[in-house]
Design a protein around this ligand. Structure first.
Ligand code: ATP
Ligand code: MG
Length: 256
């Protein structure tokens, strides 16, 4: 049985996709069988895994609308050594088209149940919105990983996300938990980063992952080569941090 995690934060550009892609690659290096689900019409996770989003025969869009099986739509990321359920702009239409469908919040959950036995981890890269797509991610998952930058505005909006997670937990998915907050793009030279990081630890305790992901240019360069940072430059500080985060997740799921 796969453990399923959403990488979510409705703020844009906080490092969701970088986290999803590199955690997938980090877990693959630890011999875990991983499926990365791209749930964002931007298709960044798809491209970052080295899969061309323009030439998809089937994508998560067809899967959610019941027009294709996951086994048909999934592809293997050679660079990342994990499978990908890819996405592209078509997925933006799903939001509207699903309105008329039954069980519209649980379409992804049902689809993933068909390949559950093939994986140890399924990671879902959510779009920067609390939309029907994100709701599908939250309904399918056992837990949420929330990447956040240690800056003044980081906590703003976090309560909206936490409230949404609470509602989904109460009404749609009793399994759902916040697994943890992940500090990303961390710059130890900035006093503010240190302060916000310390505040997060005080406030959220063991809901803060021990691993901190530093700001590292190699992580930002890797997607243009269609590679996760973890495989693009394994020795870089960013890659090392995501591998450590993978190990932390493997430990963490033992306690779930
Ligand atoms: P969106 O909300 O648009 O989906 P996102 O939350 O998925 O964005 P990313 O795309 O992962 O965020 O990251 C935003 C930008 O920051 C990208 O250009 C990415 O390469 C860069 N970035 C992410 N993490 C790091 C890091 N640790 N060090 C340096 N650059 C980073
Ligand atoms: Mg993204």
């Amino acid at each position: 049985m796969a453990k399923i995690f959403c990488v979510a934060n409705q703020k844009g550009g906080v490092g969701k996709t970088t986290t999803a892609v590199n955690l997938a690659a980090g877990l693959a290096q630890l011999e875990q069988r991983v499926l990365l689900v791209d749930l964002d019409p931007q298709g960044n996770a798809t491209m970052g895994a080295g899969i061309n989003k323009s030439g998809l025969e089937a994508s998560v869009y067809e899967v959610m609308l019941g027009m294709a099986d996951v086994t048909k739509a999934r592809q293997h990321s050679v660079n990342g050594k994990f499978d990908v359920l890819p996405a592209n702009r078509e997925l933006a239409g799903a939001e509207v088209e699903m309105v008329e469908l039954d069980n519209r919040e649980t379409r992804l959950k049902s689809a993933l149940a068909t390949v559950d036995a093939d994986y140890d981890f399924i990671l879902i890269d959510c779009p920067p919105a609390l939309s029907m797509l994100t709701l599908n991610g939250l309904c399918a998952a056992h837990g949420v990983i929330i990447p956040m930058q240690c800056e003044y505005y980081a906590l703003e909006g976090l309560s909206d996300l936490v409230n949404t997670i609470k509602k989904v937990h109460a009404k749609l998915n009793p399994d759902l938990k916040i697994i943890g907050l992940l500090r990303v793009m961390f710059d130890p030279r900035m006093t503010l980063s240190q302060q916000v990081s310390a505040q997060l630890e005080q406030h959220f305790g063991d809901k803060i992952f021990k691993t901190i992901i530093p700001r590292n240019v190699r992580l930002a360069e890797a997607p243009s080569y269609g590679m996760p940072g973890v495989t693009f430059d394994p020795a870089s500080k960013g890659a090392q941090a995501y591998i450590a985060f993978g190990a932390e997740m493997v430990e963490r799921i033992k306690t779930l």
